[in-house]
Design a protein around this ligand. Structure first.
Ligand code: ADQ
Length: 762
């Protein structure tokens, strides 16, 4: 094949082929039958596909060719130096440790980074050359994170997906990378970014928000190119002016990878593999129990921890040779990288010590094999093992665990699986272990060996059901389907011009309003608490303001002529506790009935008519509650709240209807239905009147108020068009502006803090 245009492109660091040179000097490219190839075969039916990648040999790349299996490949060259800097260096000594919890210390070199960029650019050019108009481009793994944005630049017509095979780290670790923003911007060139676990997707979207100032909602990240300069005013953009480019909308989701269940099961059922499994056990001396470990020799795989547990099991006499033996296959990996060389020495010395202490003549405790094997041999090993020990300290997925399950058509064997492998989220019937907890690991290895055979079979049956239903074909199809879905969280109201989510890269309209507000001589900044500063929780007193929320309010209140208030439906006492009794903030509880700023007002002073009305209301509300035992009444100084959480939907609807009807009988009250609550409040009390009172008290000429619920809507109505009213979250609103969630409120307040600072300094 020569530069044929394809409508489906796969790009991965490595081509799935190996050059085989025969004794007569002829050569062929043999496809390595990995899971990814199988998955791609199943999605490439009816499409013209090309695989772009490195052929595995440094130097000039071979010409594009078609393998004997019919796979079209487009090789990309890597020089010896690039292999060292881009692959061994940046990919495996910088990114790999950062993405795996910094189990070993990462190394940073600018030369490696430069090489990573150069190679990513080369991949992008190769993809752009072979992609047909509007082709689908699927880019794989951490070695190619810049490629999505680079391809988009060259070929805006193509659709780009990215899948990260390894974990995506928490932002606290990711942020160590000096090139962190470049990497995120690279990935955000894709339309869809897939991860192994939801935690990985969450880590990525959080990193985007914190480091690029993206606006995140549900599984969608909206990125305004250039916006991070406004967030972090830098030397290159000291003014912090927002770039005026179209935002990129990128979906991120977990689509856990799997194995070719049917293919592996069929392989393990072949007479040759079954016979080989028997032969393996015989050659091991027909022990009662064969334990197995199969890993790339990588420090993330927890081989040392596993060997420690094994050592202790032998020492404790819980297992003995020759009745128990362990086979550890450790595939050679990254052998020129120092950490991998050290690991090999350590593992081999541990194995040597176990054998020295516990093996006998003709009975080995640990058989250690530092080699690669064909698929048939792997399947036979899986069939021969009574338990597979998969104990990584961190692993994106771990296919070995799923391959083992797929091969055990006999329902024999048991899987011991680290909770830090992505696979643990799906394979919940495994014997789950924390590899750092040697005692727990020992107990679980023993359970896996000694549990009742019926229980072990039941576990294996359930594991197999899971992997069969979620095999590699379904993974590829689910990935493509997820990619094609419209963004979940962009509802109709989000597309209204004023309702776009607010972030540091604020829609110009809200930013303009914040600027005008910040320039007022004296301002009142007020926010609701639940749903605005703090996410809802099952137990009301478990609610906590999101990080940075209280801090930014306190910082704002330290500025001259700036009053800051938290205005909530909660009573003042609990509001004090939840906000940490800050002296600098004004707290207004019970929907305005308990203002902390008015020391003379122990709550709203009710008139005698209001007090009588409240007494009469009490009887009716109690009557209503008594019909619904799960309902609960909360008494506030000038209100009664009927809580309906826990009631069936239909019952709660009944109570709401009856409660609303009560409003007609009690003219002094307004009734408001909120989330699982029905509140009867004295008519002239509310967040709106409280805000106006407070503004008058402190002489504020403008009010900013942000809130999320029905009682906040009443406040929005009370404020004027010159005030800044901000609805938090989705739903109909009278507010003029909208932000996405509690974190976006904090970002908005931080923007306001900067603007107000500038304004008072002038
Ligand atoms: P790896 O870290 O390489 O993959 P893993 O998922 O276990 O880890 O895959 C290893 C593969 O190599 C398996 O298919 C296994 O059978 C094979 N293998 C191991 N030892 C072998 C040997 N001696 N001979 C022959 N084959 C051998 C990365 C991530 C993982 C993620 C995968 C796929 O680190 O977390 O599961 O990608 O997304």
């Amino acid at each position: 094949m020569s530069n044929k245009q394809a409508d489906f492109i796969i790009a991965a660091n490595r081509l799935p082929v190996d050059r085989i040179v025969h004794p007569d000097g002829t050569q062929e490219w043999r496809t390595s039958p990995g899971g990814l190839v199988t998955a791609m075969e199943s999605v490439m039916q009816d499409r013209t596909g090309v695989w772009v990648g490195w052929a595995g040999e440094a130097g000039e790349a071979p010409e594009p060719f078609t393998t004997e299996g019919g796979l079209d490949v487009q090789p990309v060259s890597l020089s010896e130096r690039e292999f060292r800097d881009y692959y061994e260096g940046f990919s495996n000594e910088t990114l790999w440790p950062i993405y795996h919890d910094v189990i070993v210390e990462p190394t940073f070199h600018r030369r490696w980074w430069a090489s990573y960029r150069t190679v990513n650019e080369r991949f992008a050019r190769a993809i752009a050359e072979v992609a047909a108009q509007r082709a689908t481009v699927w880019i794989h793994d951490y070695q190619l994170q810049l490629v999505p944005a680079l391809v988009r630049e060259l070929r805006p017509d193509v659709r780009i997906g990215f899948f990260n095979h390894i974990p995506f780290p928490p932002v606290e670790l990711f942020a160590q990378l000096p090139w962190r923003r470049h990497l995120l911007r690279g990935l955000l060139g894709a339309d869809f970014v897939g991860f192994q676990r939801t935690t990985d997707a969450g880590n990525f979207t959080r990193a985007c928000r914190q480091l690029l100032g993206t606006s995140n909602k549900g599984d969608v990240v909206t990125y305004q190119p250039g916006s991070e300069y406004a967030h972090n005013k830098t030397a290159t953009n000291p003014s912090g002016v927002l770039a005026d480019e179209d935002p990129r909308v990128v979906r991120c989701a977990a689509v856990p990878i799997s194995v070719d269940f049917t293919g592996l099961e069929a392989l393990a059922k072949t007479p040759a593999v079954k016979a080989r499994a028997k032969e393996i056990r015989t050659s091991l001396g027909n022990p009662e129990t064969v334990l197995l470990g199969v890993d790339r020799l990588d420090y993330t795989k927890g081989i040392r921890h596993r060997m420690r547990a094994l050592t202790e099991l032998f020492q404790d006499g819980e297992i003995t040779t020759p009745s128990t033996t362990m086979v550890q296959i450790a595939t050679p990996s990254r052998e020129r990288v120092a950490a991998y060389r050290e690991l090999r020495t350590q593992v081999e010395s541990l194995v040597g010590r176990i054998n020295g202490d516990h093996a006998g003549l003709g009975s080995t405790a640990v058989h250690y094999l530092h080699q690669s094997y064909p698929r048939e041999e792997m399947a036979a090993l899986f069939l021969a093992a009574d338990a597979l020990l998969v104990t990584p300290l961190r692993d994106g997925m771990n296919l070995v665990a799923k391959e083992y399950v797929a091969c055990r058509h006999d329902l024999g064997g048991a899987l011991v699986l680290s909770e830090f492998a992505g696979a643990a989220q799906e394979l919940t019937q495994a014997y789950t272990v924390n590899p750092h907890d040697i005692v727990g690991m020992k107990q679980n290895i023993l359970r896996a060996i000694n549990d009742d055979p019926q229980d072990r079979r039941a576990r294996m049956r359930s594991l197999r059901r899971r992997v069969r239903a979620h095999d590699v074909h379904s993974w590829a199809h689910r990935y493509l389907a997820a990619w094609q879905q419209p963004p979940k969280s962009l509802s109709a109201c989000d597309t209204r011009p004023w309702s776009r989510p607010m972030t540091p890269s604020a829609p110009a309209v809200l930013l303009t309003a914040l600027r005008a507000f910040a320039d007022q001589p004296h301002v009142l900044v007020a926010v609701d608490f639940d749903g605005t500063l703090a996410p809802f929780t099952d137990q009301p007193m478990d609610a906590r303001a999101v990080p940075g929320a209280l801090e930014v309010l306190i910082d704002l209140s330290a500025l001259p002529q700036t009053t800051v208030a938290v205005v909530s439906g909660r009573d003042l006492a609990s509001l004090r506790i939840l906000t940490g009794h800050p002296d600098d903030l004004v707290l207004v509880g019970s929907h305005g009935a308990e203002p902390s700023w008015d020391s003379t007002a122990e709550g709203h002073r009710l008139t005698s008519a209001e007090q009588n009305a409240l007494n009469a209301l009490d009887n009716d509300v109690e009557e209503l509650r008594s019909q619904h035992p799960l309902a609960r009444i909360e008494e506030k100084p000038s209100a009664r709240v009927l809580h309906t959480r826990g009631l069936a939907e239909a019952l709660a609807a009944d109570i709401n209807a009856a409660g609303m009807a009560l409003a007609d009988r009690h003219e002094h009250f307004t009734v408001t239905a909120g989330k699982d609550v029905l509140e009867f409040a004295v008519a002239n009390v509310g967040k709106g009147p409280a805000l106006l009172d407070l503004a008058q008290e402190v002489n504020a000429g403008a009010i900013l108020f942000a809130g999320d619920d029905t009682t906040d809507e009443l406040a929005f109505e009370c404020l004027s068009a010159d005030d800044v009213t901000v609805k938090v979250g989705l739903g109909e609103t009278k507010a003029l502006y909208r932000v996405g969630n509690e974190l976006a409120v904090v970002e908005m307040l931080q923007e306001l803090l900067t603007l107000r600072h500038q304004s008072v300094a002038r």
